[in-house]
Design a protein around this ligand. Structure first.
Ligand code: ATP
Ligand code: XMP
Ligand code: GLN
Ligand code: MG
Length: 520
């Protein structure tokens, strides 16, 4: 398949470049910015994009591309530099880049004063989106300034003889006018890449790949009922004889109301025969009794997951040589260090389901990850295509530790039951009011606080419930969902009327950062 290679220097928007390009049907792959470009890597590659970066090209150890890229460009392989990518290109060709007094962040009108295929079909002047402190002071050898910003700063430079072009702005950001057209012009016209990426094509490839890799051996999938693992289940059942597919769901006792029944129904509807529902409620809840420290709770849950998996795989006679399937996404891989961006600090230890099992299987070459080249929205589209219900496909993410991290402080079975009920009302109301799909994630949190109220003329001493609803792209940052006031009031009244133990409802208006999405 034809593809574009994106070299990542750690920009916040590198991922977006990739998905925008896929949006018009060209396959793209993101690699660390300093990757050595071998002939093997170049198979199918029709063009290269150098991303932006938090670094400055003038920093001592800022990342650099393999210089072979420029030889390849001169020989006919187009290269596009975005922001830092352009600055690097300029500097490596004898130009100069310096920190400028006039930094440009956000919207900036630019104008091009000569035609370039990158701007084909685009008005001479439009509003771009910028995010830079350094600017090009002197063009590199063979480069010409094609466009400037309203501040007189070079916005596009091109070296047509060398097949290189660079832009100071970010076409991948949705606020950049004509951004998609610019990327399209580069991919389809300048690189002549064929738009061969389609869901049907990917579905065929994945199916074929699952069959070839597993080669008649059984497969085990740990399934949570979330989008990713459910889509993997659907893909496995479609590609293989269902007799070979073992699905294991662990009921932690910390799931949402009726979740276990729903998961089982979904799996049955997908044609699964080996559904292992592990009732592990006591094995999670007993050791959690009396524990209030968030990290301690997470550790106990993580350990329980691991222990239960190991034990159940043996107890249920799942063959030792079975493959382990996982719902790893493209973003998971990049975030876990395939990129060169700075590593995030550990804010919370996300439960790592099955590490010893995963490690052991990985070492034996027995792990398959059919979604590893896909973004979440593509996974959703595939889910729909293979007949997974909208209810599952559009479900908000749910964390492995479940309700445990939505009950700050000590967890009791009573509190879990209260939260399940309140959360269920909240989510059902959001759906009924047409708000659910506008929100990236919504849930209720049962606070370890009681407050005085009055009901039927008598004193009540009930729990306080916090409602949370956020909008996000990937969970890394989040904005508060501006819940329409009348909806909020009505939902609050529903909850306090129907869940006796809840006496008061509050709405969480904190973004991430500084808060996180979950409360623990
Ligand atoms: N209760 C559970 N039983 C079995 N496996 C689980 C359970 N909870 C989590 N897992 C495993 O952990 C993996 C990671 O969970 P994660 O929440 O990131 O993904 P997901 O649940 O598939 O999708 P989503 O992000 O939409 O919730 C799951 O894909 C699944 O394999
Ligand atoms: O599978 C998971 N295991 C975990 O331990 C975990 N902790 C948080 N989350 C989810 O991750 C996203 C970001 O959450 P935070 O802002 O609270 O860190 C949100 O979508 C959270 O629901 C988890 N998911
Ligand atoms: N977005 C970018 O690539 C910024 C590049 C460089 N850090 C600058 O500030 O100019
Ligand atoms: Mg989940």
């Amino acid at each position: 398949m034809d593809k574009l290679l994106i070299l990542d220097y750690g920009s916040q928007t590198t991922q977006l470049i990739g998905r925008r390009i896929r949006e018009f049907g060209v396959f793209s792959e993101i690699l660390p910015g300093n990757t050595q470009i071998t002939d093997e890597l170049l198979t199918g590659v029709k063009g290269i994009i150098l991303s932006g970066s938090p670094h400055s090209v003038n920093d001592a150890d800022s990342p650099e591309p393999d210089h072979r890229i420029f030889e390849l460009a001169a020989a006919g392989l187009p290269v596009l530099g975005i922001c830092y990518g352009l600055q690097r290109m300029t500097q490596l060709h004898g130009g100069s880049v310096q920190a400028s007094d006039h930094r440009e962040f956000g919207r900036s009108r630019i104008r091009y004063n000569e035609t370039h295929p990158l701007f084909a079909g685009i008005p001479e002047s439009f509003v771009s989106w910028m995010s830079h402190g350094d600017s090009i002071i002197q063009a590199g050898e063979g480069f010409r300034v094609v466009a400037e910003s309203e501040n007189g700063i070079p916005a596009c430079l091109a070296a047509p003889d060398k097949n290189m072009v660079g832009i100071q702005f970010h076409p991948e950001v949705s606020h950049c006018e004509h951004g998609l057209e610019i990327l399209k012009n580069f991919a389809l016209n300048i690189c002549q890449a064929r738009a061969e990426w389609s869901l049907d094509r990917i579905l065929d490839d994945i199916t074929e790949d699952i069959r070839r890799t597993t080669d008649g051996k059984p497969v085990l999938l740990l399934i949570s009922g979330g989008v990713d693992s459910t889509v993997v289940a659907g893909l496995l059942l479609r590609a293989l004889d269902p007799e070979l597919v073992h699905l294991m769901y662990i009921d932690t006792g910390l799931m949402r109301l009726n979740e276990t029944d729903e998961v089982v129904r979904t799996l049955e509807s997908l044609g699964a025969t080996h559904i292992h529902v592990v009732d592990a409620r006591d094995r999670f809840l007993n050791p959690l009794e009396g524990v209030s420290d968030p990290e301690e709770k997470r550790r106990i849950i993580g350990d329980a997951f691991i222990e239960i998996q190991q034990h159940e795989v043996t107890a249920r006679g799942i063959p030792e040589h079975a493959f382990l399937a996982q719902g790893t996404l493209y973003t998971d891989l990049i975030e876990s260090g395939k990129g060169v961006g700075k590593h995030a600090a550990v804010i919370k230890s996300h439960h790592n389901v099955g590490s010893p099992l995963v490690i052991e299987k990985r070492e034996a070459g027995l792990v398959i990850e059919p979604l590893a080249s896909l973004y979440k929205d593509e996974v959703r589209a595939i889910g729909t295509k293979i007949g997974i219900s909208d209810a599952v496909v559009h479900r908000h993410p749910f964390p492995g530790p479940g309700l445990a991290i939505r009950i700050p402080g000590q967890i009791t079975r009573e509190k879990i039951a209260i939260l399940q009920q309140a959360d269920d009302i909240y989510i059902r109301e959001l759906k009924a009011r047409g708000l659910y799909d506008e929100i990236w994630q919504a849930f209720a949190v049962l606070l370890p606080v009681r407050s005085v109220g009055v009901a039927g003329d008598a004193r009540e001493y009930g729990y306080v419930l916090a409602l949370r609803a956020i909008i996000s792209r990937d969970g890394m940052t989040a904005d508060v969902y501006p819940m329409p006031w009348d909806h909020l009031l009505e939902i609050s009244a529903r909850i306090t009327n129907q869940v006796r133990q809840v006496g008061r409802v509050v709405y969480d208006v904190s973004s991430k950062p500084p808060a996180t999405i979950e409360w623990e």
